[in-house]
Design a protein around this ligand. Sequence first.
Ligand code: B12
Ligand code: SF4
Ligand code: SF4
Length: 385
Amino acid sequence: MTVPAETQLKARILEVARAGGAGAVRVCSAEDDALTRERFAAATERGDLATWPYDRAYAARAASPHALLPGARSVICIAVPFATAELKNAPPRAATRPLSAKISNYAWGADYHGVVRRVLEAISAELDGFARDEVSRVVCDTAVLAERAFAARAGLGWIGKHTNLIAPQLGSYVFLGEVVTSLALSPDPPLKKTCGSCRRCVVACPTGALRGDYTMDSTRCISDLTQRRDAIPLELRPLIGDWFWGCDLCQEVCPPTRRARATLPREFGARTPQETFVDLSLMLSGSSRSLRTRYRKSAMGWRGPVVLRRNAAVGLGNSLDRAAVPALREALRNDPSAVVRRHVAWALGRIGSPAALHALSQAAVLERSHDVQTEIGFALEPYTA
Ligand code: B12
Ligand code: SF4
Ligand code: SF4
């Protein structure tokens, strides 16, 4: 490609990306990334990603854009900011809704996948139009690619000790997306930046998931715990605190992210304070059909209604509020999912009021699931010694 043609194409890519909401766009080569392959494989071998179906073969694919598009030569990486300024004049959540829990700000408002994908498809159309052929493939979240690693290679930002990519001026509250293309575009250089001696995120993480060496044990991360499909390990449930979905703590304390927080893209920002938390009793009593309809278009919907009700049970347990007992008692009797009833039993045990213990003792007689019976036993144990 001639230099003027490339300059023109890159200018056009930048234009459509910015028009769609991207805050930064950079390019890197699509060559396999051996360091990423090894780091990714090491993470799977340590067990950091035990809740995900990742292994050494997956790591090799994630480090190779060619696996997505044979003949790939470049990767165009974009960052779409979603930092949302604090909602001004919002009453404190606890004052208005005591039995509620927080949603991580990446899941407020519209599901980001659609928004990021639209920008990527606009870039892809420019590339295909330029080449008069299909020369590109879009990637956001679900395709097998180590997105942070390629974004860092393109100099879109650097990977912080909280493992998120931090983009200069935008911070880490950015979604990433890529267009892999067989066109050869001149690459941008990576940044020469690290976190230096800062360790704020490591200190702020309540579960000890961050090691401080730019790696994390995802199985301890609240974001993972609230998204996994099966039972949440008993010892980690109290550490989830009042998070219902995802967690922002390591990014809230991150200096470059804090500085960038003033950015307010409308597409993701919560429109009302009610979008930033959930009413736990209502969530727990929601039917699968109503929850599916309500959360279909949000980033919280993809794991389905059982996970939402399970998280509600954990939040109610962590509230330690006796007002949660009627909703929990009802769910212990009637929720169709054994996974949900297990967490409900735990929550009642954690609250430990006479009404909560009575509900557990009644359920011990009627419950048919072995797993739920075991949880009821654990929940009653401290009170029967
Ligand atoms: C699985 C997954 C998760 C898992 C595991 C996260 C993890 N850290 O691995 C869980 C559920 C925990 C998770 C949580 C979140 N996620 Co997530 N997640 C993914 C997903 C689908 C795959 C990530 C993956 O492959 N992880 C495996 C690890 C080994 O790979 P990696 O993260 O790329 O790590 C690389 C670097 O850390 C580097 N590395 C390793 N060691 C070292 C050492 C040094 C010195 C250095 C510099 C680098 C380095 O090499 C690794 C291999 O590539 C990606 C989308 C994608 N396809 O990439 C989104 C993605 C990473 N998630 C994203 C987001 C927004 C989140 C949350 C912020 C959501 C929330 N608020 O709850 C949290 C952040 C939690 C956190 N502190 O990381 C964004 C990240 C945006 C950004 N700015 O970085 C992504 C890119 C989705 C997107 N398209 O925007 N996520
Ligand atoms: S998202 Fe929360 S739990 Fe996960 S690493 Fe960050 S602070 Fe820790
Ligand atoms: S809080 Fe500090 S150590 Fe953690 S990612 Fe941000 S700059 Fe890096």
